[in-house]
Structure formats: structure tokens, C-alpha cells
Ligand binder design. Sequence first.
Ligand code: FAD
Ligand code: DLZ
Ligand code: SF4
Length: 506
Amino acid sequence: MKALRIVLGDQLSRDISALDGIEAGDVVLMMEVAEETTYVGHHKQKLVLFLAAMRHFAEELRDKGHEVDYIRLTDAGNTGDFTGEVKRAVARHKPDQLVGTEPGEWRVARAMEGWDKVLDVEVEIRPDTRFFASHQRFADWARGRKSWRMEHFYREMRRETGLLMQGDEPAGGDWNYDGDNRKPWPRRKPVPHRRRFRPDDITREVIDLVADRFPDNIGGLDHFDWPVTRHEALAALRDFIETALPGFGDYQDAMKTGAPFLNHSLLSPALNLGLLSPREVCARAEQAWQDGHAPLNAVEGFIRQILGWREYVRGVYWAKMPGYAAADALDADRPLPAFYWTGKTDMACLAHVIGDTIDHAYSHHIQRLMITGNFALLAGIRPREIERWYLEVYADALEWVEMPNTLGMAVFADGGLMASKPYAASGSYISKMSDFCTGCSYDVKKKTGEGACPFNALYWAFLDRNRKHLKGNPRLAMPYRTLDGWDADRREGYAAAARHFLDGLD
Ligand code: FAD
Ligand code: DLZ
Ligand code: SF4
């Protein structure tokens, strides 16, 4: 029986379920299509990453002896979407069966659901087995719980996988070493040098294509140096384990001017494309701890991100879509300021993080959560606009992981399903965890008035404005006590300063 086997752009794994049982005579179909390249205005590096990785993966499959029908974006007759291309391929190859793996995004899943009606062929869509937790596993965990805390889910995943477990107990006696993982970057400490990857001929061709077809998309291509093959991704993993994992825990939350990477792994693009499996990445990190190469606070902190957060946000996404996309618990209604697209603002923290984002299609978690995310939360930016921004600008951005992080974690639009309180912070947090404030035209210690750090007034005005949504939250009892201890003039002073600042942005 001849099968047409579909491999999507984030399914570039040799063990993807769509290829299970592949036989001589089967054809693998891979498709570059306009819809995927334009459903948001992806960063140029993100476009290069996906298309270059797809082309390399197709070559790898051919080297293994498989027949690959690879549709390029520029091919004559390309209909521009997956359904159109699958229809054309069915007509070309006349398979008995079509085999695919469930996609990562709800939008694509809906389109695929219709395939058995529009194609005159049997369609089999298989589960994506690359994750630790299946949809059913997450649903079983979530059933009957009012709030879905990552920490509880993560502990079950630790027990289930045996990662960092000593019998029934967590390695080292604690589940969580976050308390050790909040150090700022020491002023004179050198930044680890990280291995990056020079584009080969295939990637250079894609760079030219993207420069030509998407000249107005955000980002530059000069710095493109992401791993685009399994071989390069494994080299990136080795480099991370050797040079950066030991300090990953200590400096997980640190931020430094001109140093977007610090000790972070930079592995999210390779993981999300399927070039690395989460299982192998966690196993390598655990091994580094067992070998005495990396301390437990680093390895637990790292594994928590993948075994905990990554699996958990995927679970939330599939359990809550499609309604989740419209979440807006705080009724936030301000448009996204223009500086998110240029980095042109005199707030140094935002200018640095957005500038690095434009240059590298990357910023690390705390920069996303506590700089661009925190500002959007405090300023009351429309959740859908900030959510689309994150989906456009990062090389690792796929909706299943981006959306819950943005709506649930960064802007509290789900009203506390994911986070027990909003990640709202004034300038003092940014000053503690970074060196941004030393080069800023604003004074982080000044609360209101000329030259005061905008985050300060925005923080108190945010709490005041959202009293009806947040006052009852026990984790916010302290700041509300402070706010309520002030007289009306002082509260209004913060609100007016915040309004004045925000009105000046538009
Ligand atoms: P490291 O800090 O080295 O972490 C290791 C790995 O853990 C990452 O590669 C990633 O796979 C995983 N991970 C870490 N944090 C998270 C998290 N919160 N959720 C899920 N996985 C996590 N991550 C994406 O992969 N794609 C996105 O589109 C994305 N959008 C985000 C949007 C917002 C508003 C926020 C706050 C976070 C977002 N994240 C996203 C999560 C996280 O910021 C990135 O995974 C991380 O910065 C990638 O860099 P790294 O590989 O160096 O991560
Ligand atoms: C992100 C992306 C881009 C830019 N282009 C393609 C493409 O042309 N073909 C493809 O198969 N995948 C692409 N992707 C990744 C897809 O958007 C991703 O596979 C789906 O969204 C998963 O549901
Ligand atoms: Fe950002 Fe305020 Fe610090 Fe400037 S002073 S870098 S605006 S936190």
C-alpha cells in the first residue's frame, strides 16, 4: 500500500510518527507555502530558520534513500496552503493512504481535520509522540483542578520519567532550587562564548529568498547563525552543556546590556523544529549533573524548563483552544506602542531587549517576561496585539508555546489559570536583575515627576486600575496594603503620571 507521508516545518525529527513504518514506494511530502510564511509577519531569521531547516531535512531523508517531494515557495503552481498542496500531491502520486502527524497549531489542526472530506484517499493523522505528556495525560492531570499550577504538573512528570529522582524522592531532597537561581550578573564576570553556525549554500539560498520576498518583515539577516540541521543542533547542545549549563541556574534571571544569551541554552528553535528531542536534552543535562560537571541548581532549573514549563504550556494550549486566544481578563485596551517594532525608546531596558530581538530573533525568558511582557501588562496593551508580536519576532515562536506564555504568564489575560499572580514589577526589579538602568535617561529611584522611571508609576497605577480584578489575590495583599495606606492625592499622582506617560506614547 503506497503512502504519502506529510512532514510539516516543525516536524523535522527522524522519529516523527508520520514516518513510522515508511516503506519503499512511499513518498514524503514537504511543503513551503505562502500561508505559513505570512499568517503573521515572521522575523526574517525565523523564516530562514524554518525554510533552511526544512530543506536540509529533505536532503537528509533523500540521503537515507527516501523519495521526497519537496515543494518550494517559488515553485510554479504552488497553491499557497497545505490543503492545496496535499490535494495536488495526491493527484501526482495517487497514494492509497495519507499519513501525517498532528500539527503543533490549532489553526493547522482545523485545516487538516477537513482533509478526509476533500481528498479521495484514506487519511491517518497520528499523535505527536515527541512530548513527554500526551494530550490525554495532561487532561487527566488537569481534570477537577481549579487552578493549573506548573509546579504540581512538573512533580508528576519528574516521578513519571524518573528524571532527577532518587527513588521516590527528588534528587538533593528538594523539587525546586529557584531560591538559588536569582543572581544578577556580576559586573566584571565575562560572558560565556557560545558556538554559532555559519550558513552553508542551502541556507544562503534561503537567506536570499527571504531578503527578496520579505524585505519589510522585522529583523536583519546579517546575524543569522542558528543551527539548521540535526548535526548542528547536537553541536549546539554539546556546547551548551560544556560551557553554559554549569552557570545556568545561578544566572537564569540575570540580564546584561549587550549580552542577550548569557548562560541560556539557545536550544528552543532546535527543540521546536524537532532537530533535538526534549528527552535527549534532559537526559544529557542529567548526565552532566551525575558526572559532577554541573550543579543540581543548574540542572534542575534547566530540566524544569523543558520537562515542566514546555510540556505544561502545550497542555494548556490544547486544553483551552480556541477560546484561549481571546482571553482578556483585565480588559486591556491600549494599542501596542510603535517602539516594539523598532526598539526606538528612551527606556534603556526596552531598547536593549527589543534591539537584541531585532538582531537575533531571540531574547531570554526573563527579558520576555519581565521587560517586554511586564511593560505590556502594566501599560494595559491589548492581549491579542502583544501575543501576535511575540509570535512574529522570535525564532522559536510557535503558537502552542508562545500563546500561553504571553496570555497566561506575561499579561495575565487568562485571569490566573496559569499564574498565581501577575508578573508585575516596578523599576526596582529591573535595576536589581540587570545593568540597564545605569545607562538609562530615566532615574529608576525616582517615583514620579520629571525623569522618573516610567515603570514605577505604571506599576502602582496598574494595581490601582485593576483593583476589581486583583484586590482579592492573597499574593498581592502586601502591595495593596501599601497602596491603601496612601492618601487619594498620592494615588492619583501615580495614576496621572502613568496616564501622562502612556498618552505621550501614542
Ligand atoms: P533556556 O532558558 O535555555 O531554557 C531551556 C528550554 O526550556 C528552552 O529552550 C525551551 O524549550 C524551554 N523553556 C524555557 N522556558 C519555557 C517556557 N516558559 N515555556 C515553554 N518552554 C520553555 N518559548 C518558545 O519556545 N517559543 C515561544 O514562542 C515562546 N514565547 C514566549 C513568550 C513569552 C511572553 C514568554 C515569557 C516566554 C516565551 N517562551 C517561548 C519561553 C521562553 O522564553 C523561551 O523558551 C526561551 O527564552 C528560549 O530560550 P533558550 O532556549 O535559551 O531557553
Ligand atoms: C513557521 C513556518 C514557516 C514560516 N513556513 C512553513 C512552511 O512553509 N511549511 C511548513 O510546513 N511549515 C512552515 N512553518 C511551520 C508551520 O507553521 C508549522 O509546522 C505549523 O504551524 C504547525 O502547526
Ligand atoms: Fe528601564 Fe526604568 Fe531602568 Fe530605564 S530606569 S532601564 S526605564 S527600569
